[in-house]
Ligand binder design. Sequence first.
Ligand code: ADP
Ligand code: ZN
Length: 297
Amino acid sequence: MSDILVGGIEAGGTHCKCVIGTVSGDILSSASFNTSTPDETIGQALNFFTGFKTEIRALGIAHFGPVDIDQKSPSFGRILKTPKQGWSDLDIVARYRQVLNVPVAFQSDVNAAAMGEAALGAGRGLSNFVYVTVGTGIGGGVMINGRLLHDARHPEIGHMLVGRDHRVDPYEGCCPFHQDCLEGLASGPALKGRWGIPGEHLKPDHPAWALQAHYLATLCVNLANCYVPEKIIFGGGVMQQPFLPAMILERYLELMKGYMQHVTADAVDDFIVASPLQGHAATRGALLLAGQALATL
Ligand code: ADP
Ligand code: ZN
């Protein structure tokens, strides 16, 4: 199997990354471009795969959601209702299968990233962890007893409701569904909406980061209370700020108030961590998914 080549896609709200690699998740070639209209984005991805000198034998797709990942569902492979213009109800799997004519596996972007972390990244050797991306949106893949939660639907961690103190944070939030859910308050677009400056240009001593750490620590407290993960692994554009995991852990311990004592200040670098896979957790997970699609033929 090691010389078989497969394709992987991570389609995010802002960027789309395509890779060709092995079923063990090693990347041989990659391309990335902006996620625009469905026709343009899918067209660019197909050009990448059909232009490669060796044909791929299967494709794994890690897609921004919500997506229907239930293989028994009539709408399997489709995007469900999304605020992203033009993408709702699109049959993603069919669009790729028609042209490439290979088995296509389909997952949410964060579930695929959790698979990548489990096999190759910060989740290696762990049975229970959560992968969270903080980028254009916020989403999470939950690994419990070594399996994703669950086969038919994926959690929507980004839309959890978190308390907002209106005196501290008058920004009303940018989620088109809930306004001030976690994604509405702490995604990349929320940072830009609140402060008028995109996250990548905010200085490390800007007050934005304490508030950001507070909201993400609230998420971590809720995840710890629900799932008791051994680790929470963060990826996505906003988490490229290297100081965030330590800030989140500090605020997490304050918010936890001594409850669930297995996590202490010593857990820095251990409990709340940045993905070590350099932005490729989901694409490498997508290659693993493609390998699974081949194995089940
Ligand atoms: P996608 O959501 O398409 O997967 P990203 O994870 O890169 O893409 O997220 C894009 C968001 O992350 C944008 O809102 C952008 O402003 C923000 N972002 C990108 N780089 C950084 C950075 N270094 N620090 C903070 N925010 C960033
Ligand atoms: Zn929401």
